[in-house]
Write a protein that binds this ligand. Structure first.
Ligand code: P6P
Length: 368
């Protein structure tokens, strides 16, 4: 479906999306969303790069604690508002969920205009639900370490089969409850996912369900251009990417696998290296490019690990799977998980097929 465009490196993201939409009319509306996402990411990369300048007012803390219990940084708030606004102006969004929002935000259904009224939440213009982490790894900005934006797009499903009573609303016609339900869809329902990595270059990597494509921001043009058509993650590697300070709290199967990798006695017989920058988007991008396994395991202190399922685990798993990798909790495919809470966390291991399979096999043997 993308053959005609996927080998035309240098094509701009706008042109790529137009070609794809011509070949796949059902994706025409997604093109509108990616126009907004592209603009937001260009604005965010500028904010991140300029945040260190004495003239910038964007460093430091906002002065409050977010729903995650974390000190909210000014850039978290600025990038969250920027992305919300960009997506609202498409007039295609029914609801959005963000790491920086206590609860999902339903959006007046009428295409964004002064006339939009709160009670018209879901109308013909409502096409999608967006979930995102506006600036993942934001605590790294002050040290100049790469950060990223993570986005997942679902079709808005007015028949969401979620148990409304669990959402605190007996009335399944309650549009707010329907909006919340739409942010709790399993990763399998994603129609698109993307991340933007703010690093040595600004990379926008996306999938629409038929491969994973990487674009690099050409700052001379002010355009994202196709630089990595049809990314395929190496089937195996010799890199693992975990916060090993938690090693003593991991469960036995994972400890055994990582000990083998360190000793060169794992399935591939290779001596592994450890690479970890504490910023998911950067660690996952390196994993896509070089192969390996990025993971945030559950442990004794945090059985579900640290990463959030809805707007980190699921979208990144979609991108990795579409690049030929796999993504698991150790025992379940991440894309199969049905969230119960919008901020719930999940253990995650994603990357090269053979290496992640070794982790899965370790857990399977342990359970027998
Ligand atoms: P730790 C950043 O805060 C983040 O959410 C991810 O980007 C990153 O992978 C992880 O947390 C790092 O967590 O506990 O290793 O510092």
């Amino acid at each position: 479906v993308f053959d005609e465009v996927c080998d035309t490196t240098g094509v701009t993201l706008k042109r790529f999306m137009s070609e794809v939409a011509m070949l796949n009319p059902e994706l025409d509306e997604i093109k509108v969303l990616f126009g907004a996402i592209e603009t937001a990411c260009k604005a965010i990369t500028n904010l991140v790069k300029r945040s260190q300048l004495p003239s910038s007012e964007t460093l430091g803390f906002q002065g409050n604690i977010n729903v995650q219990g974390e000190q909210q940084k000014k850039l978290d708030v600025i990038t969250n508002n920027l992305l919300k606004r960009a997506l609202r102006f498409t007039g295609r969004l029914g609801v959005l969920a963000s790491e920086e929002e206590d609860a999902p935000v339903s959006i007046p259904g009428a295409p964004y205009s002064a006339g939009a009224t709160k009670d018209v939440l879901i109308d013909a213009g409502t096409r999608y639900c967006a979930v995102f982490d506006p600036l993942d790894g934001s605590s790294n900005v002050d040290a100049g370490i790469p950060t990223g934006t993570i986005i997942g797009i679902y079709e808005f499903d007015e028949t969401c089969e979620i148990d409304f009573s669990s959402l605190g609303s007996e009335d399944s016609e309650d549009q707010e409850a329907l909006c919340l339900a739409n942010t709790l869809q399993p990763g399998n329902n994603l129609v698109a996912a993307a991340y933007c990595l703010y690093s040595s270059s600004t990379f926008l990597v996306l999938t629409l369900g038929a491969g994973t494509f990487g674009f690099t921001l050409d700052e001379n043009l002010g355009e994202f251009v196709l630089s990595h058509p049809n990314i395929k993650i190496p089937e195996e590697s010799a890199i693992y990417s975990f916060n090993e300070a938690n090693f003593n709290y991991w469960d036995e199967p994972l400890k055994a696998t990582v000990r083998n990798w360190k000793a060169g006695t794992g399935a591939s017989g290779k001596q592994f290296s450890s690479r970890y920058i504490g910023s998911m988007v950067g660690d996952v991008h390196r994993t896509l490019m070089y192969g390996g396994v990025f993971g945030y395991p559950g442990d004794e202190k945090n059985p579900n690990g640290k990463l959030r399922l809805v707007y980190e685990g699921a979208p990144m798993s979609f991108i990795v799977e579409q690049a030929g990798g796999i993504s698991t909790t150790g025992t379940e495919r991440v894309m199969d998980l049905i969230p119960e809470l919008v901020h719930e966390r999940t253990p995650v291991f994603m990357g090269s097929r053979n290496d992640v399979q070794e982790i899965i096999d370790g857990y399977a043997a342990w359970q027998q």
